[in-house]
Design a protein around this ligand. Structure first.
Ligand code: ZN
Length: 445
């Protein structure tokens, strides 16, 4: 038996660095790619011919990344063990003509991306990040990592019933951030972004920009047993999956060598481990970088064919493959216990969660439960189960999409958090590394 790599609180420290350095999906995949390159993976281009060489490889496309590790001597029909996750988070996104304003305030026009808790974006100091596309066809990452924008909440004196009747926000009228004083000036925001990124404004011919909270993630609680931070849904899973894949591709011979001198680290992996980090989950996954597009299927197919495989090998590989789709779920909320199922109460630091919904909002079934339970047992990690209260609609994620699109057995798992889709979410400080340990055990087979 291989020994599982072990992650600890150092993993959670690293998660916070990853969150802070990943204000957009484009940054998240660039940071994941950098970690994989450090672990010996190399980027391959989708437009080049692929060889079937062993080793770690990854494809980057927009805000998506697919990475895989081909063990030495892997047969063409070797099945895949896949971890799925998503790189995007609900947020505000800059509109095509962003320069607006009123009453002497300069503002930036934004669209609402996904389903954020809108109130959590109020009175928060926001930076600006994303990707600019240049005249020469290249893209460049941008992050203005200081307080530039803010969506100011109306004073209580002008909204007397806000604390009794609730806050009502109009998505168009009330969510436009201010970013200074003066009259709106067409081209102003992009000129600012050009200055900040050291390119001429005329060179910028496209952009995907988003305000983000500049307050860094941090430990919280009496004994620092919690972590508060942005975008944990779902960069927490992207980070854990990347760490798990890098560890599995580079096993340390930390077990006792057998009498013949071999160790567990010498055993070939029985599966091809894969990480699939998609964009656009929060808006339905239907894009060229989303889970409902052909990206993952194409990469898996090309991996089989480049190793000399046939259509038959591809079918055999996919039929034997399993996907753990990792995303955040709901920890039981102390102030709203009645919103949760009466007997299923995922807790912070109680270990990763298995997510179940018989109507296939989650792809898990009994067989999937057994796969997850085996990985947790192997990693010696406790785990919990999430199922919705029947009176509450259940969320969904990329798991059912992956199962339906590729015909791959899929299990929905993740970490239980509070304040999902808030601009600043909350989770247990142990759960990220417990998840990483389980993901590594799963990838090892
Ligand atoms: Zn999510």
């Amino acid at each position: 038996m291989r020994s599982s790599p072990r992650f600890d609180r150092g993993h959670t420290d690293d998660l916070m660095s990853f969150l802070a350095a990943s204000p957009s999906p484009y940054h998240a995949v660039a940071n994941a790619a950098a970690r994989l390159e450090k672990a010996g993976f190399r980027q391959v281009s989708e437009t080049d011919a692929w060889d079937g060489a062993a080793g770690g490889k990854f494809v980057l496309r927009g805000g998506a990344l697919i990475a895989w590790f081909v063990p030495e001597g892997a047969a063409a029909h070797t099945p895949f063990r896949i971890i799925g996750a998503h790189t995007d988070s609900p947020s505000l996104r800059v509109k095509p003509q962003p320069d607006i304003g009123a009453y002497g305030w300069r503002q930036v026009a934004v669209e609402i991306y996904g389903g954020p808790l809108l109130n959590t974006w109020l009175d928060r100091d926001l930076g600006l990040a994303g990707r600019i596309s240049l005249r020469d066809g290249t893209h460049r990452l941008v992050a203005v990592d200081r307080a530039v924008l803010r969506v100011p909440q109306l004073a209580v004196h002008l909204d007397r019933s806000v604390n009794t009747d609730g806050l009502k926000l109009d998505r168009q009228r009330h969510m436009q951030p201010i970013w200074g004083l003066g009259e709106p000036d067409e081209g102003d925001l992009i000129r600012f972004v050009a200055e900040e990124s050291g390119v001429g404004a005329a060179e910028i011919t496209g952009w995907d920009l988003m305000p983000y909270p500049v307050e860094p993630p941090g430990y919280l609680g009496r004994d620092r047993e919690l972590v508060a931070g942005p975008r944990m849904d779902n960069l927490l899973s992207v980070h854990a999956a990347t760490a798990a894949l890098a560890a599995v591709a580079n096993p340390t011979p930390d077990d006792t060598p057998a009498p013949d001198g071999t160790s567990a680290a010498d055993e070939p992996l029985p599966y091809i481990p894969v990480v699939a980090a998609f964009d656009h989950e929060e808006s339905g996954s239907q894009s060229d970088t989303g889970a409902d597009g052909p990206l993952l299927g194409t990469v898996l197919e090309r991996s089989v064919l480049s190793r000399g495989g046939t259509f038959e090998d591809r079918a055999r590989a996919l039929a034997g493959s399993i996907c753990l789709s990792s995303d955040t779920g709901h920890a039981v909320h102390p102030n709203y216990g009645e919103r949760h199922d009466p007997t299923h109460h995922p807790r912070a630091n109680g270990g990763p969660i298995l997510k179940v919904n018989v109507n296939m909002r989650y792809a898990t079934d009994g067989g999937g439960r057994a796969v997850f339970a085996a990985a947790c047992e192997k990693a010696d990690v406790p785990w919990q189960t999430f199922v919705s209260n029947n009176a509450m609609p259940c969320g969904t994620t990329i798991g059912p999409i992956t199962a339906a699109r590729h015909g791959i057995t899929t299990v929905d798992v993740g970490v239980a958090i509070l304040s999902m889709h808030s601009a600043r979410e909350l989770c247990g400080a142990d759960d990220p590394y417990l998840l990483a340990n389980v993901l590594a055990a799963f990838l090892e087979g």
